[in-house]
Design a protein. Structure first.
Length: 39
């Protein structure tokens, strides 16, 4: 039971990290496109 809870937490954490990484990537992509346009 405890192991299942641990894996559930791990899964939620991985999902959270994935969304943060995705957000950071899109932000960086937007920033780079703005930089390229202004250059």
């Amino acid at each position: 039971m405890k192991q299942k809870y641990f894996f559930n937490k791990l899964y939620q954490f991985k999902k959270f990290v994935f969304f943060v990484a995705l957000f950071v990537k899109t932000t960086i992509d937007d920033f780079l496109q703005q930089a390229i346009i202004t250059m």
